[in-house]
Design a protein around this ligand. Structure first.
Ligand code: SF4
Length: 340
């Protein structure tokens, strides 16, 4: 059974944040010194997440991505992976991680049934990594990336947020690194989401500029023509290497967006930019039946009108989405709580 929103987009793709904590402090996501964290007692237990995924799967969700914060900080994550991987309706179970803890956990995650891994990696320069993330974990991330293939995963992706004047001189280096480790690199335009308090349009390197720079180095780049609701447009280099660009800021893909997000404390958001979400933890803990929770989810999705990035694009003047004061009042507005 599929359910569609007001723009005909199906309820299909669920991103589940398993923790709002992170062990890095990336400039485009967590640039502040201090954060307000979700109360620990509010975090969904694995059994609760599992019950909600059963309900979502019955409503049409067949893709699940585990996110954070940094998901590998959640204790015993393979236990949750095992629960989710056992669901026949979930045909794609993936994780997005910063890679710091990956070398220790890749094998257990693979053995538990995780399907795919995406590692966020914005630079190949150790000093720059330290400056960008305010942590000295570059070597551990590379170890983590190496561990992915050893553990038996296929289809590794590397996601790089490109910021003008910060790391936009590394596009070619990142693609070459991707070739060496067997990963598809995806460049992401710097986004003005909640938490990106240092964002400015000047720091965005648009897709067209990325392609121009890459063509200058590699020669002609062809777009890959494919039917997909994936956020990345994919391209082919003359040597056959495929890479992607996620142009959420200058060419949003809201019209085909089938993604929704469940925070670690069970609030369900219909868009990365949404100000409000639907509390599913409350009813679940109050003993609501799966039918009652479905009755909450179905009309919420059917009434969905969200197209946050398109609305941002239409603004004459863009600045950070929210001031720090508002983020402090409600940590759910932070990208690191929503899972990016
Ligand atoms: S801005 Fe919202 S609707 Fe648009 S692609 Fe992102 S999550 Fe989907």
């Amino acid at each position: 059974m599929s359910y569609f929103d007001t723009l005909g987009r199906p309820l299909r793709n669920l991103r589940i944040s398993v923790t709002d904590r992170c062990n890095l402090r990336c400039q485009y996501c967590m640039p502040e010194e201090e954060y307000v964290w979700l109360p620990r007692e509010d975090l969904l237990r694995f059994e609760e997440t599992n019950s909600l995924v059963d309900i979502f799967a019955e409503l049409g969700v067949d893709k699940v991505r585990l996110t954070g914060g940094e998901p590998l900080l959640r204790r015993d994550l393979p236990t949750l992976v095992r629960m989710l991987a056992a669901k026949p309706r979930i045909r794609d179970l993936a994780i997005t991680t910063n890679g710091v803890l990956l070398s220790e956990q890749a094998q257990a995650l693979h053995d538990a049934g995780l399907g795919r891994v995406t590692v966020s990696l914005d630079t190949l320069r150790p000093e720059r990594f330290k400056r960008l993330t305010r942590r000295d974990d570059f070597a551990r991330v590379l170890e983590g990336i190496n561990a992915v293939g050893r553990a038996g995963f296929k289809g590794l992706k590397l996601d790089s947020v490109v910021m003008r004047g910060i790391n936009d001189d590394e596009l070619v280096d990142l693609i070459e690194y991707g070739k060496r480790v067997g990963a598809e690199v995806r460049f992401i335009e710097y986004m003005d989401v909640g938490g990106a308090t240092l964002w400015s349009m000047d720091a965005v390197l648009p897709r067209a500029a990325m392609l121009e720079r890459l063509e200058r180095h590699y020669g002609r780049i062809e777009p890959l023509i494919e039917e997909s609701t994936a956020p990345a447009d994919r391209f082919v280099l003359p040597d056959g290497t495929i890479f992607g660009i996620i142009s959420s800021t200058t060419a949003p893909f809201c019209r085909s967006c089938d993604r929704s997000r469940l925070t670690a404390d069970g609030i369900w958001y219909l868009c990365l930019y949404a100000k409000d979400g639907t509390d599913l933890r409350g009813p679940l803990r109050a003993g609501a039946s799966p039918q009652a929770i479905k009755a909450l989810i179905i009309p919420t999705w059917q009434n969905r009108t969200d197209r946050g990035a398109e609305e941002r694009l239409a603004l004459a003047h863009r600045s950070p989405l929210l001031p720090v004061g508002e983020l402090r009042k409600d940590p759910h507005l932070e990208m690191h709580t929503r899972g990016g």
